[in-house]
Unconditional design. Structure first.
Length: 167
């Protein structure tokens, strides 16, 4: 094992005993002792150690980057140039906008389905809308939040549209 990797292993282990490192990694303490004293560690041990201690595997293997995995993102942001940061912000905003649009469609579809479930077949066989009464907290339709009123309008329009002609 190269001495630099050994130094990083020792730094990562801190004051933990071989027994404790063995418990954390699922490795026999004697095997941990051999790894810590110079024998080349297995990939499984290194992966388990990184996972158990929250280490950045790249740092452990190469010495590059931050020690802890939780610091990788901030380190990458610190090294990024302005164009990379703007691209990342732009991509994130695009994803957020797409998600908001998906949520809007979902809410409208859900509201339409709820309103459609509130229609009753009249005696003449045609559907008629059932006008909802006050909401549970006692507010009338006009006192409800704007988003709910928009849903009411969509639901009313769907309930009033003519049924599609059968082919």
């Amino acid at each position: 094992m190269d001495s630099e990797l050994h130094q990083r292993l020792a730094a990562a282990a801190g004051k933990r005993t071989y027994r404790r490192l063995g418990e954390l990694t699922g490795t026999h303490p004697e095997t941990v002792r051999r790894y810590m004293q110079g024998q080349a560690p297995s990939a499984e041990f290194l992966a388990a150690l990184c996972s158990a201690l929250g280490l950045n595997g790249s740092w452990l293997l190469t010495g590059h980057g931050p020690l802890l995995l939780q610091d990788v993102r901030s380190d990458a942001l610190g090294q990024a140039d302005a164009a990379e940061l703007l691209t990342a912000v732009s991509n994130t905003l695009t994803q957020l906008i797409d998600r908001v649009e998906e949520l809007e469609v979902f809410v409208q579809t859900l509201d339409t389905r709820i309103r459609a479930a509130g229609t009753l077949a009249g005696s003449d066989g045609r559907d008629r809308a059932v006008k909802p009464g006050p909401v549970a907290n006692g507010r009338s339709r006009s006192e409800r939040p704007q988003a709910t009123r928009l849903g009411d309008r969509v639901g009313d329009a769907v309930a009033q549209r003519a049924p599609a002609a059968a082919d």
